[in-house]
Write a protein that binds this ligand. Structure first.
Ligand SMILES: Nc1nc2c(ncn2[C@@H]2O[C@H](COP(=O)(O)OP(=O)(O)OP(=O)(O)O)[C@@H](O)[C@H]2O)c(=O)[nH]1
Ligand SMILES: [Mg+2]
Length: 490
């Protein structure tokens, strides 16, 4: 069911298309309009070996993306839902070609048909899975790599440039440490101008969380604390409002654990504790030290590859202490502990539910680009109308105030800033999240809180002593609260 905002923008694009001055402008506009109905495009970006492809596989629930080696890790690859598996290679010039692929080794191996990786613009993988119903995922080569060409490639694919809108609607950014290049990359998405993306569409993932804190049993707890610390860093918070610690490797193992792997882990859990603990002291010992245990060195090496040292220790401990009595239990525990479930929840709140607004923004930005380049006749009326939508849609106004808050342009107390961010939907769009109360809060209570908050913000909006910017922001918050009140009533 299309909403008024999407309908208004689709109409604008249709009108512009009819008045396009060239076939390529018309195609850009038609593409932007089609995109309104397509799943949200989320790119996974980050440094080389940050664990991007592993995380993508974990989100897919199966291994499709090649990790570690191979030419294809250097090519931007789209994963979208399709009726049946298909692989298209899009060369830099010329039409896309369907190509054969091989999956006998687990991940997809694509036959590029004689093309060098450098001649490929991107790979387009269609795959029949419900996991891609709402999201199209885009795997990207690592940035700030030894090869600067590759970094440039990733920027190009994600950020908008002169002649085309951003390819991705949102970015999942894998952070390791707050490196300068991480921040620079995120900043390329940060711009108050609607024609560019903003931090509203970046979620930070503190990746390879199991390795933080030297794989000790509390590794994930340490990762959570590091994530929280990052979130309090004003510079990072401005760029990606939510940071979730995730171990993609553990999540993927949980999603795809096989029976022989479970059996080997159970054998380790049932073996004498002392012996197993000593074996698990280091990865090297575990993989290579001869032992009388029923699990062979080859099997141990395999487990290490699949779960990492932390994962093996955790799985053995979960089975031994009876917290995972079956393979199903173990899989569920691993998925939850890896942070994957939490990330899925955040994606749902930050991206999927917000998809409508993000896609509308992308579409309007595309229209703006074509208008600026003179790709449409009779632009005056159209420009006026598109500016009207951009400035008057409440969803966009919320985004704008959020950006003013994050950029420090809007000066309010820390306490008020935190509440305002929440009310404007920075952490999620449902009433409970906006009000900062548990999801199971009753409708009566939600209504009471909305009414109370809206009276408070209205007073601030009308207070003659308030700064003009604060008055406007408070009025926007009041309007958001009124919208929520109407929604909760239904
Ligand atoms: N311990 C641990 N290892 C991980 C995790 N995620 C990935 N790895 C390992 O790190 C290596 C690189 O992982 P990839 O998923 O290929 O990383 P990437 O960011 O896609 O790498 P490039 O595409 O080459 O930049 C592999 O050996 C993975 O098994 C994780 O969460 N924990
Ligand atoms: Mg990769």
């Amino acid at each position: 069911m299309p909403d008024p905002l999407t309908t208004a923008i689709a109409d604008l694009l249709r009108t512009a298309e009819g008045d396009a001055t060239s076939a390529s402008s018309a195609e850009t506009l038609a593409g932007a309009r089609r995109r309104l109905d397509e799943p949200l495009r989320v790119a996974i970006a980050g440094k080389v070996k940050a664990g991007k492809s592993t995380l993508l596989n974990a989100l897919l629930g199966e291994t499709l993306a090649a990790t570690d080696a191979g030419e294809c890790t250097r090519i931007i690859t789209w994963y979208r839902r399709a009726e049946r598996p298909e692989v298209l290679v899009q060369p830099r010039t010329g039409p896309a070609r369907a190509r054969p692929f091989d999956r006998s080794g687990g991940a997809l191996e694509v036959d590029l048909g004689g093309l060098a990786a450098a001649d490929v613009d991107h790979l387009d993988i269609g795959w029949p899975t419900h996991r891609l119903a709402d999201l199209t995922l885009i795997d990207t080569p690592g940035i700030a790599s030894l090869s600067t060409d590759l970094s440039a490639e990733t920027y190009r694919a994600l950020a908008p440039d002169d002649d085309r809108p951003a390819q991705a609607d949102a970015v999942l950014y894998l952070l390791r440490h707050a490196h300068a290049s991480d921040v620079r990359f995120l900043e390329s998405f940060q711009d108050d101008d609607l024609a560019h993306g903003t931090s509203i569409n970046a979620v930070g993932v503190l990746g390879r969380a199991d390795e933080i804190g030297s794989c000790t049993p509390d590794a994930l707890e340490v990762a959570r604390r590091v994530g929280e610390r990052y979130q309090h860093d004003p510079r990072l918070r401005r760029l990606c409002p939510v940071i979730v610690p995730v171990s993609g490797l553990l999540g993927l193992a949980g999603e795809t654990l096989r029976e022989p792997e479970h059996r080997a882990l159970r054998e380790l859990a049932e073996a004498p504790v002392g012996e197993v603990t000593s074996l698990l002291l280091t990865a090297d010992r575990f993989a290579h030290r001869p032992s009388s245990l029923p699990v062979t060195e080859t099997d141990r090496e395999h487990l290490l590859e699949r779960l990492g040292l932390f994962g093996v220790r955790l799985a053995v401990d979960l089975i031994r202490t009876g917290r995972a009595r079956s393979a199903t239990d173990l899989k569920a525990e691993l998925i939850t502990r890896s942070g994957l479930s939490q990330l899925r929840g955040v994606l749902l709140v930050q991206f999927t539910r917000r998809a409508r607004i993000l896609k509308a923004r992308s579409a309007l930005a595309a229209l703006g680009g074509v208008l600026a380049a003179g790709g449409v006749r009779a632009t005056d009326a159209l420009r006026a109308r598109s500016e009207e939508v951009a400035t008057q849609a409440h969803e966009f106004i919320e985004v704008r105030v959020l950006n003013q808050l994050r950029s420090g342009e809007l000066e309010v107390s820390e306490e008020r800033a935190v509440e305002l961010e929440r009310l404007l939907g920075a952490l999620g769009h449902d009433a409970a999240t906006r009000l900062g109360v548990p999801a199971d809060t009753t409708p009566e209570e939600l209504r009471r809180l909305c009414t109370e908050a809206s009276a408070r913000w209205r007073r601030l909006a009308q207070h003659p002593m308030s700064d003009r910017g604060v008055q406007v922001a408070a009025a926007v918050a009041t309007r958001s609260l009124e919208g929520m009140l109407a929604e909760v009533k239904r």
